[in-house]
Design a protein around this ligand. Sequence first.
Ligand code: GTQ
Ligand code: FE2
Length: 357
Amino acid sequence: MTHSHTAVAGDADERRRLRATLAEAGLRIQQPDDPPLFTPAPQSSMQPMHWRWADLLGYLEELGRVLDLRPGGDRRTLRLANPGLEYGTTPTFWASIQYIRPGEVATAHRHTPDAFRFVMHGSGCSTTVDGENYEMNAGDLVLTPGWAWHDHVHAGDEPMIWLDVLDVSLMRNLHNIFFQPYPEETQPVSRQPQKSWQEYGSGILRPVGPAPRPAVNPLLVYPKDQTDIALGRARGLDPDPADDVILEYQNPTDGGAALPSMSMKIQILRPGFSGVTHRHSGSKVYWVVEGAGTTVVNGRQFDWNAGDFLAIPPWAAVRHLNAHSTEARLFRVDDSPVLRYLNAYHEETVPETQETR
Ligand code: GTQ
Ligand code: FE2
């Protein structure tokens, strides 16, 4: 076989000239020094991260003193950043901690990113989502689906702290950020202020007929007491080898994730639990609701306590352990719905000999 002229690698100068010509024409070729694209498995620039509650609380209290909440849809939040990413806590979402003082109003607005709140500390604040009004108490999950008007009003007497997660990294990469402030501070509350909860909150029965909007989760709130009941029942089942007791907050009309891009989960690691190492497509963030334990991420050990956050890169090998005498409870959000929608979700148990990469 004879080599054609073009198959022979040209010299570096020739390649450089070609690259410049192509660039002017709005074209480019794969360069020998480009980072590899088609790697055998995902190579994430995201770093595993651990934030300790002892540090976070101090910063939040300081933020509360120095930052005023202004009208126009302003929020007071501490964003969890990642040194390996130009933007976001993970390639899909931003996780932030919101701090609101008694008497304050986080004024109404709406945006395309989907969002949810998981209440970390306090009570007495309520959020209105497209006219429905829900109390926020520690351990509750409240959804703010994309483009729903939302405002938070704090009528309690202690500062409230909650976790906000928005799929804003994804939406930003899709160049699809829309944002509108509401013309007034707050929106009116409708005649049936807990409608989604009254209709779908039991989890086992629902209004007859088709869901109001196909593929849109009609349920906006997942209170802690229901979560506790479900977890209590799941304790009687065989443990998950990697996650012990784990449940997903579901869309009650189709059993899918509660939001199109984000799956929220709650899990218990019982005393003595020692999980298998597992990895899956996509990124995730944990918040430690209670207890303490250890998570090994790509061979790096993170010892966590109540209130801490962990951010885990895509395809990272993860192993959970609880060597303590009390249960640990973890809240988690991951972007598995996006990857499943794209038929690109992979997962596997990692043999012990390959735990570090
Ligand atoms: O509470 O509506 O952390 O719009 C970031 C953007 C919270 C909110 C955040 C937001 C909100
Ligand atoms: Fe918002």
